[in-house]
Design a protein around this ligand. Structure first.
Ligand code: DGL
Length: 291
């Protein structure tokens, strides 16, 4: 077994969007070895129910635990919104989601205490960002806007142009009318739309990239726990997906901002059958329904 500092960080997402978080982690934590799992066979999570997202998230985490990870990053906003408490309760390593870091940054940034949040329907429906903001700034006015059309647009590579601009204008209108001065990009895909969103809302509105804030939070946690890897990284990060790796590699390079190394497909159905008796997967529904 490796020295604890040299153990990898696990990162999971519903698909390839989490690569925007990987990009930020690689930027500020270049020594850390990352193992990424993208659940491309079951994407999107953003349209699914809370109990299903919790089950998927626990299964994704279980896969990454095979790599003896020292910390888990839930890169997916939807999974962070619905499954973070249950992951934190059941796993005995630090689990970091993207919601808290994004909310903390927005609270620091806002001047007029009016904050907009854009995300998938599940993320906005969960109220996770609103709660995280109100916990720190009870007098804040938080406006959540579900933007279900943005993920497909980004995955299509439509990062600008007429359809994307019109769609964004429609989604952003209520936030602008309410006078928000800060908007949280509460979805893995939205950092790719940052330039066009900024153009639409104007320079006076501050955009918060939750992934960027999360990377800073991970750095701080590792430092506080004395878990930073002092050694220069010798090998490539590892990437796994539950569906075919080709599209992931191709589109993923746009999210990561560089070519991906080898991406491996996991036989996830088989993995889950093998792990079906894991205590981590037991009574998930009961826990959800008891809430
Ligand atoms: N990764 C998801 C998120 O950040 C977006 C894609 C999906 O719906 O699964 O919310």
């Amino acid at each position: 077994m490796k020295n604890e500092n040299e153990q990898p960080i696990g990162v999971f997402d519903s698909g390839l969007g989490g690569l925007t978080v990987v990009k930020q982690l690689q930027r500020i934590l270049p020594n850390e070895h990352l193992v990424y799992f993208g659940d491309t066979a079951r994407i999107p999570y953003g349209t699914k129910s809370k109990w299903l997202i919790q089950r998927f998230a626990m299964e994704d985490a279980l896969f990454l635990l095979e790599f003896d990870i020292k910390l888990l990053v839930v890169a997916c906003n939807t999974a962070s919104s619905s499954a973070l408490p249950i992951l934190q309760n059941r796993l005995d390593i630090p689990v970091v989601g993207v919601v808290e870091p994004g909310a903390i940054a927005a609270v620091k940034e806002t001047k007029n205490k009016k904050i907009g949040v854009i995300g998938t329907s599940a993320t906005i429906g969960s109220g996770s960002y609103t709660q995280a903001i109100l916990n720190r700034m009870p007098e804040a006015e938080v406006l959540g806007q579900p933007c279900p059309l943005l993920v497909p647009l980004v995955e299509e590579g439509w990062l600008d142009g007429e359809v994307t601009v019109l769609t964004l204008k429609k989604y952003l209108k209520p936030l602008m009318e309410a006078g928000v001065d800060t908007i949280i990009l509460g979805c893995t895909h939205y950092p790719l739309l940052e330039p066009v969103i900024q153009r639409i809302v104007g320079p006076q509105v501050k955009l918060i990239d939750s992934g960027k804030e999360t990377a800073k939070a991970v750095q701080k946690i590792l430092k506080d726990l004395d878990l930073l890897n002092p050694k220069v990284k010798q090998s490539e990060d590892q990437y796994f997906v539950s569906d075919s790796p080709e599209a992931f590699s191709r589109i993923g390079s746009i999210f990561l901002g560089k070519q991906l190394p080898k991406v491996e497909r996991v036989d996830f159905d088989r993995f889950l059958i093998e792990k079906s008796s894991s205590p981590l997967l037991q009574n998930l529904n009961e826990v959800v329904h008891a809430e």
